[in-house]
Write a protein that binds this ligand. Structure first.
Ligand code: SF4
Length: 97
């Protein structure tokens, strides 16, 4: 997760203090993305700030990360998957379509 100053909810995140490389979903050769997705999904499932995280991912146009349990492809990646990821993030954040 990208840490931005002034976002106090991040202190309560299940991934707070976790090595960012463990939840970085960018498709770098040689990385086990399946294992990364599973690990992140575990963290996010019990996270008390999923909604804030999803809203922040929408606001920052996240890419190449897992936010609120949703793998968000990079901008240059699969456009359909990226659109679907943002639809899921909007649902989690509780904002309109
Ligand atoms: S929902 Fe997942 S990525 Fe977002 S703050 Fe929580 S643990 Fe981190």
């Amino acid at each position: 997760m990208m840490i931005r100053p002034g976002t106090e909810w991040m202190d309560r995140a299940a991934c707070h203090g976790v090595d960012a490389a463990l939840i970085d979903a960018s498709p770098t050769r040689g990385r086990n993305l399946g294992a990364i997705h599973r690990y992140a999904a575990e963290l996010c499932r019990e996270c008390p700030v999923q909604r804030e995280c999803a809203a922040d991912a929408l606001a920052t146009r996240a890419e190449g990360v897992i936010r609120a349990g949703v793998p968000v492809p990079e901008r240059a990646g699969n456009k359909v998957r990226r659109r679907m990821a943002f639809t899921r993030l909007r649902a989690i954040a509780g904002v309109g379509p």
